[in-house]
Design a protein around this ligand. Sequence first.
Ligand SMILES: Cc1cc2nc3c(=O)[nH]c(=O)nc-3n(C[C@H](O)[C@H](O)[C@H](O)COP(=O)(O)OP(=O)(O)OC[C@H]3O[C@@H](n4cnc5c(N)ncnc54)[C@H](O)[C@@H]3O)c2cc1C
Length: 330
Amino acid sequence: MQGPIVIIVEHARGEIRPSAYELMTLAGKIRETTGAETRAVMLGKEIQGAAERYSTACAVPVTAVSDARLRDYNAELYTMVLVDILRGMKPSYVCVSHSSQGSDFAPGLALRLSAACISSVEGMHDGENGLRFYRSIFGGKMRAEIKPAKATTMLTLQPGSFKPHAAGAEAEARVHAYDVTIPDPAFGSLVIKTAPSEGIDLSEAKVLVAAGRGINAEENLDLLQQLADQFPQSATCGSRPIIDAGWMPYSRQVGITGTTVSPSLYIACGISGSAQHVSGMRGAGFVVSINSDPGAAIFNVSDICIVEDLTAFMPLFIENIKSHRAADSI
Ligand SMILES: Cc1cc2nc3c(=O)[nH]c(=O)nc-3n(C[C@H](O)[C@H](O)[C@H](O)COP(=O)(O)OP(=O)(O)OC[C@H]3O[C@@H](n4cnc5c(N)ncnc54)[C@H](O)[C@@H]3O)c2cc1C
């Protein structure tokens, strides 16, 4: 008899992250093959209401640990409490979101449980010799297929890889409080500040023009802004190197550690297509990518692939749009 599939539900002070519902979809797919039951675990402060919401929406029993010291994420306490719970559950799979939080505690937790750890999972299939999980490697240029070889496997799921679980008929909430002695942590967060946002909210923009390292110089951001200006409800955004360089504020970062966006049109300029970036823009309706490398991974998720040098292509592209607009308005 296989041990249960356990989902670690990520939330911010009771607000459940959308990725927690994607974990339920992953668990459902594993269950189709293994038949193992699904359970969820949630840690936090006064999380009874949130645990009930998750239990109802996903029709799973939730084990909840509520303690003031767990109000905000703390790697040390999370690992300690989860080791305690999971040793008792003897899970076959533990599903964690590949967020900054999940990717922080999952490898150490796997080590403590003598479990396998497959990180940044983007998909799975039922192979001849059991389940295989796949993930991008070499910045998205290749795909690795991995077969777990331990009784317990920790999976961190790249957000956006599966559709969120669609709630069926309202199930009765099943929440079990779990008692564990929690010591004062060696370190913890004093304050959590939300980064200030400027301009249009990225998650509400209809057209996004995204800058990657391939724009090469800060001055070239002007070209992207000119392109964005051609569309209503548009904005510019960037990949992490652009934000790290200080060329755009953090509120403009798209990706796993930035914002998740779903515009009608996403124009990726000089972006290679790493899994961390793609997971933030996978929901875009139509993707146009401009990249000088014909093998760039971003082309795997693009509707139109333009193999060109940005600095040569962009001015012509903008001029072309402007002249079409002018002709249309005559
Ligand atoms: C824990 C973690 C979290 C992360 N979170 C994020 C995140 O939220 N968002 C994010 O974006 N990244 C994130 N990253 C970083 C991510 O792994 C990649 O390093 C990053 O996305 C790469 O950005 P890029 O595509 O702009 O740059 P690169 O990978 O350097 O790609 C630049 C691209 O530009 C092309 N290019 C170069 N010159 C030109 C030219 N003249 N004309 C046209 N094309 C050109 C190149 O061919 C290349 O494909 C994270 C990484 C880690 C480890």
